[in-house]
Design a protein around this ligand. Sequence first.
Ligand code: PBG
Length: 324
Amino acid sequence: MQQPIRPRRNRKMAGVRDLIRETTLTTHDLLLPLFLLEGQGKKIEVSSMPGIYRYSIDGILKEIEEAMLLGIKAFDVFPVVPETLKDKTASYSWAEDNFYLHALSSIKQHFPEAVVMTDVAMDPYSSDGHDGLVIDGEIVNDATLDILARMAVAQAQAGADIIGPSDMMDGRVGAIRAALDAAHFTQVSIMSYTAKYASGFYGPFRDALDSAPKFGDKKTYQMDPANRLEALREMELDTREGADMLMVKPALAYLDVIRLLKEHSQLPITAYNVSGEYAMLKAAAERGWLDYERVMMETLLSIKRAGADVILTYHAKEAAKLLR
Ligand code: PBG
């Protein structure tokens, strides 16, 4: 049989495969999320995320130092706020003595070259456990914007390089951009959670932060997993409102949405490989059902191949070790 065209010739040896490889994952693509506890000397594992710990600031600084030695340069810090400090309006998020804001300053002091990203949403500080302000059982949009803007300015003041609005309120990118600019933080970036879906894959994260909603769910603000065009609509709005980078979240069940935004936007696309995605691989590995390192690298590569320029992932340190 004549077979002039044989794709296998391009796979015949490692050297050829290396030459023609289309996608390469590098440590520079990775952004490591971290969970911050109040106080000193604390380290508590997240039970649904083996290998991931909540640290007080001393431990966070050590984690960042280790990660930077591995070549990771960017970090997204989330606060675990004690229940007693939560209220309806998330007022602790901009309080003078806020341990999270102090920690951000301390990170920037120790590691000026580290890219520090923050989370803007009410849920870690809200007694209702929602990302927006709750009035009579409803998540109120426009009144939430003032709160988010105030939170973002407080984080910028503390030294944040990138603000990450994860709340999905309408108009929040514009409101935050205007507030940052008015406070002369024109150089502080916004990585918008553009297409954030109402997903079951956030479960372990809510365990880590004790931030699960006290009633209802997040479906009136996070996107319906069935929708694609709506992601384009959110993309257009966030772009017009001044976002510097756009995020798709979660990553794995939404690779098509990552590709969609990559093909339609001129902005860098980021993907959040979320807590539940991390937990799935860890659980299967613990049972000996999957080769953890292999599927982790395959997973991260698939997110990059789909079109993500940046990947927020709890695997960042493990992956960086393998990439060295
Ligand atoms: C909260 C927020 C969530 C995550 C990041 N910011 C959870 C949620 O929306 O309920 C999830 C991250 C993860 O699962 O790793 N605004």
